[in-house]
Structures are given as C-alpha cells and as structure tokens.
Design a protein around this ligand. Sequence first.
Ligand code: C2O
Ligand code: CU
Ligand code: CU
Length: 467
Amino acid sequence: MSANRISRREALALLAVGAYGAGGLLLNAGAVAKGISNLLPSDVTLTANRFDGSIIAGKQTAGLQSFAPGAPAPVLRMTQGQPFSAALVNELNEPTTIHWHGLRIPNDQDGVPDLTQPVVETGGRFRYAFTPPDAGTFWYHPHCNTLEQMGRGMTGMLIVDEPYDVGFDSEVVVNLRDFRLGGDGQFIEMFKPRDAARGGTLGTVMTANWQVEPEYEAAAGSLVRLRVAATDVTRLYKLGLTGGAAKLLALDSHPILDQMLPEEVWLGAGQRADFAVRMPSVEGEMVTLLTATGNGPKALVHLRATGADAGRALAELAPLQPNPVAVADLAKAEVIPFTFGWAPGEGLPSSHCGTLGYTFWSINRDSGKASELGEAPLAVLKLGGSYIFRLANETPNNHPIHIHGISFMLLKSNQREIVQRVTDTALLLPNETMDIALVADNPGDWAFHCHVIEHQKSGLAGFIRIA
Ligand code: C2O
Ligand code: CU
Ligand code: CU
C-alpha cells in the first residue's frame, strides 16, 4: 500500500468532514482496501438523525437523514455465523426502526413496526442482536415512514463476510440511490401520485455513496470485489461494467453458478450484485460501473488503476460457497397464488409510520384497509413446509417483490428463461408470472411487499405467517 494512496484516502475523509460537518463518521468512503477498515466494529450505535449536508457540489441540502451523525449510513460488517449487535438511537422527530434486508434472522429482530416490534419513538433506543446465517452483500433501512426516511438518505450497506478467504486484493462498496432534489439542492416532493400509480417517482440526482460519479483507486492488475446495492426507493438499475475484465459473483447476496457477466445486470429496488473485477494493468485506466437510463448510459462509479501491474487473474479467486438455504421439496410443495394488481380506492388510514394518502395497488385484490400490511396474513404456512408461490403481475409495471425472513429459489417465468437462484426479491416484469419455491423454516409474521416504496405504501404490501 503506497503512502500516496493513504494520503488520498485521508484527503477524501477531510472532504467528507467538509460535506457533512465535523463529528461525521470518517468511515464512510466507498472504497475499502484490505488492511484499512472503513467499517464499524460489531457492537455499534446507529443514530437516526436529520442534518444539512451537500449532495450537489456547492449546494447545501436541508433535511438529509441517516444512521450516523451528519454522515451517510455506515457500512456495517459482520461475519457469517458470528453474533452481531447494534443499538438504534432515535434522534429524529418521528418514530423509526431498522430492517436488515435479506437477513434470515429471528422475527423479533426484523424491524417491522407493529408486526415484529413497537416503533422506536423519538429519544428511544432499541438493541438489535442476531447471527447472520448467510454471507453476502445486504443492506439496512427503516420500515417506518419509509418513503420519506429512505428518500432522505436512510439506506446503508451491510456486508456479511464469508468465514474463508475468497482471494480479493480489495473491495469497493457502492450504495446506489437517487435523491429528489431541485436545482437549488433542496428536497422536492417525495412522490407524484400519477407516478406512484405507475412505475414510481424517480429521483433527480443519481448517486453512489451519496456522491455523483465518485472515483476510487485500486491497484492496477489487482482483483477487486465490487459490492453494489440498489437502495433507491424506485429505480430499476440496468448495470454494466466497462474497462476491465469482470465476472458476476452473486445476486441478492447468494452466489450464482453461471459466472458469465451478462450484458446488463438488472437490479430492482432492494437488489444487490457482487462483481469480481480485474483492474486494467496500466496505471490511470478506468473501470466504470454504469446504468442504462432513458437518456442512454450513465456512469455511476469509476475505479482508477494505480501503480504497477499486480498481475492477478480472475481464475485465482476461490468460488463462493452456497449459503445454507433449505431447498424446497417440489414434489410435495403446495402452490399458493398471489396476484399483484391495480386497485384504486381510498387511501390507507394515517398511522405512526406515515401514509401516502392513496391506494393504487393490491395483493390478491386487497389493498388492506386498516394498515399498510393488512389485517390478516395473505397466507399461513406450516413451519418446515415446502411451498411454491405463483407470483402473478397483472400490471404493466415492474415490481420487485420482496419477502422478509426467508429466502427462496426463482423457479420459472411465463415470459423468459430465468437463472434458478436463491434470493429475497423477485423482480416481476410487466404481466409476468413467476414461480418461486421456499421452505417455511423461519417462524413468525413476515412482511411481503413490492420494494418500490410508493407501491408498498399504496397497497402492494401484506404479510405471511409461518407457524
Ligand atoms: Cu428492504 Cu420490507 O424491506
Ligand atoms: Cu426485507
Ligand atoms: Cu411495485
């Protein structure tokens, strides 16, 4: 590690202080080099708070929110099979909680208000403690007044390390999300009803780790693990990598066997991808992560090769081991249909976790009347039983359908060839019906919703019971 590199890192840290105010955690830079930890130790305090900072260069934005005082949410790191704990301290003027997206942990740690725990009121504190059973790239976010709280910044990366070495030289952690800011840098309305009734309201400023097109350094010819999460409330990313050799290692935390890099890796809201990147051999050359947009490709992050060629090869990486997710017995599995549809109606009643004031969507023709997640479970599953969920999207919009507490296998689609793989989120394309298989091995009431948050908050949400 060159002195030059460390001083650049320190310079970035100083910039972060400038942007987010003194006292900000300096541990948030996106690039993580082996040997330099920007990650928090495993007993951490996450302080939900609101502050002013800068997203657009030279402009202040009032009312950012995060889990660290005056700084983006810290990257949390834990080890597969090792206990983790964190205290949430709520310094917001409203209640909140933390949900650990994709982690298969006990129900009372899942962070869903009223379903799994009471909200954490202003000034309150809640201690979460669990042992992550699966390794991979995950993320965390509130599950209360979610559109507003996530929209203002409360999304953080969560990494569960494998208990073995995969062989990377360094890592770059990328939290992709938009902010909905006007030209003056201030937040504009969090959603537009006509968009909420369609694909969802897009942000105006695309960021990676709260920065517009940041550039990170990595040794020339070295192997970098690029961990990417789509933590935006709406956007469907269509990712590509240019400039280096790369493989797709994992999707939604779980290793995939077919490691060819597809032309585009689609990540709906809440989804993740791990890439293995072999940096160019020549100093100064760039690898760029980009996404396709309606206006053509947009660069999100650049990795710049530094120093002499490390001479590594992608083939030197150890394969990722599958996570210990139970495999459904398809011969015995009960098929349960779910229909995601349109359902204009009354807005959901106001609650301590906010309402959009509209209903546009439904699951099984029910938008819920009393609360966001409905009064009764959408399905009751027997503990230990195998199930096939037949997820039918009756709408002309995309819906990343997410289930808490369990992971499932994508089986088949009526529209396309899909790679059978384990995930917590099934991205349903317009009018697509997809079968997923699961073992109901985690008891409790589990939220089941579209991760386009406007859809979730206007009817496309419910819960299932495993008992
Ligand atoms: Cu990211 Cu209800 O989940
Ligand atoms: Cu979740
Ligand atoms: Cu949706």
